[in-house]
Design a protein around this ligand. Structure first.
Ligand code: NDP
Length: 271
């Protein structure tokens, strides 16, 4: 049996064990996948000890430990370097710790699954936290032509644009915004507190898709989705598909197998 876990604090809310057990079943893998609350003062020791136990393959890491997971790793993929945060860990054959950030792969997969063609597209990213950083390279790799970043704290959006070092990525002020984005992605955590990030109504009204990285617990619309719908945005989506797709990318890194995701997303929507 292959052993996995997700580490966070708190962690009780995590859907990862359900998601990975469904992947394992569809890929004929026998796994255990625990959720473990790591103490704030001994995250690194907790990870080291878990990865040293027999049959362990890897683990996921969630808030508030993603930056510390990045700092621990010897090898980091491009998304981790940009995000300075990791959500997936495993040791290589030499025993060295390798870190991955699959959030951006998950976002791009979910957008594509939902019919959005990112090639040549115009994207507005609201927010400039770890999640925003993690999706910049995958969006560029998917062919995005204009990636605008708008954030409450302007300097954080500017820092991402500088680190991206690509003319397609710009930190924008409200007056520089387009009114014809293919997708407006809310990567702020505002929906969790029932608030909205500041964005002009016309921007949301005219976008093809309003995407909230937060997913709603009761399967209804998040406050951001409801607001965009009211303004006339053509389509709204929450981040449940992204959650499942980022998990699928981690599962694939660990096992070399690509699980099917549609049935898992459907199951979680209905339960
Ligand atoms: P961070 O704490 O790193 O960043 C939060 C961002 O939200 C900051 O840019 C902050 O702005 C902004 N923000 C917070 N509250 C408000 C508000 N009321 N109005 C405007 N802006 C606000 O969080 P992460 O980037 O790690 O995560 C962001 C969200 O994405 C979380 O809700 C998380 O659950 C979700 N997420 C979903 C995933 C999925 O698979 N679906 C994967 C990863 C993340 P400022 O810089 O000004 O403080």
């Amino acid at each position: 049996m292959k052993k996995f876990a997700v580490f966070g604090n708190p962690i009780a809310q995590s859907l990862s064990p359900t998601i990975h057990q469904m992947f394992a079943k569809s890929c004929a893998e026998d796994i255990s996948y625990q959720k473990i609350e790591a103490p704030l003062d001994s995250f690194e020791a907790t990870i080291d000890s878990f990865l040293a136990t027999p049959q362990t393959v890897g683990c996921n890491v969630t808030a508030p430990f993603k930056e510390r997971a990045c700092a621990m790793a010897k090898h980091k993929d491009d998304a981790v370097m940009m995000a300075r945060a990791a959500n997936t860990l495993m040791r290589n054959k030499k025993g060295e710790l390798c870190a991955f950030n699959t959030d951006g792969i998950g976002l791009v997969a979910d957008l594509t699954n939902n019919g959005l063609n990112l090639q040549g597209s115009k994207v507005l990213l609201l927010g400039a936290g770890g999640a925003a950083r993690g999706v910049v390279h995958p969006l560029l790799n998917a062919g995005v032509e204009h990636l605008h970043i708008l954030n409450r704290t302007v300097e954080k959006a500017q820092a991402i644009a500088e680190d991206a070092n690509n003319p397609k990525v710009t930190a924008v002020k409200p007056e520089q915004l387009f009114t014809d984005y293919d997708v407006v992605i809310n990567s702020t955590s505002a929906s969790l507190s029932g608030t909205l990030p500041a964005v002009p109504d016309a921007v949301l009204a005219n976008c093809k898709l309003a995407y909230d990285m937060v997913y709603s617990k009761d399967n209804g619309a998040t406050i951001f989705m409801a607001h965009a719908a009211q303004l006339g945005a053509a389509k709204q989506l929450d981040g449940l598909g992204m959650l499942v797709e980022q998990a699928a990318a981690a599962f694939s890194i660990w096992t070399g197998k690509q699980p099917s995701t549609a049935s898992v997303i459907e199951y979680l929507r209905n339960h």
